[in-house]
Design a protein around this ligand. Structure first.
Ligand SMILES: Nc1ncnc2c1ncn2[C@@H]1O[C@H](COP(=O)(O)OP(=O)(O)O)[C@@H](O)[C@H]1O
Ligand SMILES: [Mg+2]
Length: 380
């Protein structure tokens, strides 16, 4: 449905140049909910605006439903209004001097061929119904709550039956509770309408809960693309592991690359860890083993003499009760590990425990953290 090839976008001004999008490739299927996730400034909005025709790229190609809307080679650049897209901006861009009805009717009134008023009314009321704003047609737009303004912006984006919906951080102005409800509603709505959706967010939870697929962006490139489960369980580098969820990193060097069952071993400080390794890695290379807090298993409170493969003694260094869990910081092999115990747990600071890091839940990525590398250099 959407195909982006080798897209390059620059901003040039007197203040200098910014290479905002650096040769990215994206393929989005019809009806898919696709999310661009990444920290502020990584190029999400720029990518979306290039797709909408609001920024002119300097290289690559964009196709929407087999129509080439931008191509550097043929000097093609279809204007925004001919791309048949609906867009919700981060600021909503609602017209304050218009009422709800007129805001939603606006894109229909702007069409090159005048639409009969009866049809305008029908489409506007249907869109307002879909976003549950019926009955508010005559309300002045500024007198809507934040949640209602977000829905109004959405109604305006879908009123003309676009083939693609582009959403730029549409939930970031809502309070936490409303944001959670809206996440579900928004996904359900676009799925019901079957519209291909490109969603932009810096919020990993939004990306994980709403998307069919996610592209994690960093500095104008895609660091990893996959389903929410793929990017969470199998991050390809430290950045993705750190950006999504909470991750522990055990720094080490590869000892053996194939010890069966798709696993290798990594020397970490005092011990040897069995772990899934990245493709193509060789013994001696520096890696960080990623383990999620919820994957760590507690093996009895007494410091038994059990330690073996991926089982190690750990000291409880810090505890924070957060209601749904007891958040622990453990110290194992001289490295800090976050662990979540059941809230009823009676763990105390300075307790010695044995923990197990299940090998298939340990996944090494290339490289060390800069902090650890620096500390190691200072020691030498
Ligand atoms: N109009 C602009 N002029 C100059 N630089 C810009 C402009 N818009 C964005 N940028 C720069 O381009 C990069 C990507 O920005 P953007 O796509 O808005 O990031 P995101 O939406 O991921 O926060 C940033 O470094 C940003 O400062
Ligand atoms: Mg942005």
């Amino acid at each position: 449905m959407i195909s982006i090839r080798n897209l390059d976008v620059w901003y040039r001004s007197d203040a200098g140049e910014v290479h905002a999008v650096r040769g990215i490739d994206i393929e989005i299927k019809k009806g898919e909910f696709y999310t661009l996730l990444g920290p502020s400034g990584c190029g999400k909005t720029t990518t979306l605006r290039a797709l909408a025709g609001l920024e002119r790229p300097e290289g690559g190609e964009i196709r929407i439903a087999d129509q080439v809307v931008y191509a550097e080679k043929t000097n093609t650049n279809i204007p925004p209004y001919d791309r048949e897209l609906g867009m919700v901006f981060q600021s909503y861009a609602i017209w304050p001097h218009m009422n709800v009805f007129e805001n939603v009717a606006f894109p229909l009134r702007e069409l090159p061929k005048k639409m009969p008023e009866k049809q305008v009314k029908e489409l506007v009321l249907r869109a307002l119904d879909l976003v549950q704003l019926h009955g508010l047609e005559n309300r002045a737009a500024p007198y809507l709550s934040g949640g209602q303004q977000q829905r109004l912006a959405l109604a305006r984006a879908i009123v003309n039956g676009p083939r693609v919906l582009l959403l730029d951080e549409p939930l970031s102005n809502l309070d936490a509770k409303l944001r959670e409800e809206t996440r579900r509603e928004l996904r359900a709505l676009v799925k019901r309408l079957g519209i291909t959706t490109v969603f932009v967010t810096h919020d990993q939870l939004e990306a994980l809960t709403m998307s069919d697929r996610v592209a994690v962006m960093k500095d104008g490139v895609i660091a990893q693309e996959g389903t929410p489960k793929e990017i969470y369980h199998a991050p390809v580098n430290r950045f993705v592991a750190e950006f999504i969820g909470t991750a522990n990193f055990l720094e080490g060097t590869v000892a053996a690359v194939d010890v069966g069952e798709g696993l290798g071993t990594v020397t970490c400080g005092e011990g040897l860890l069995s772990s899934v390794l990245p493709e193509g890695v060789t013994p001696g290379e520096r890696v960080s083993v990623v383990v999620r807090p919820e994957d760590i298993e507690l093996r009895g409170k007494e410091c038994a003499s059990e330690p073996g493969m991926n089982v190690m003694p750990a000291r409880v260094q810090d505890l924070v009760f957060i209601g749904e869990s007891l958040d622990c910081t453990l110290n194992a092999w001289g490295q800090k590990l976050r662990f979540r115990a059941h809230p009823s747990s009676e763990l105390c600071v300075d307790d010695m425990v044995n923990i197990c890091l299940p090998p298939s839940r340990c996944r090494a990525v290339m490289g060390h953290s800069e902090v650890v590398v620096k500390e190691a250099a200072e020691k030498q």
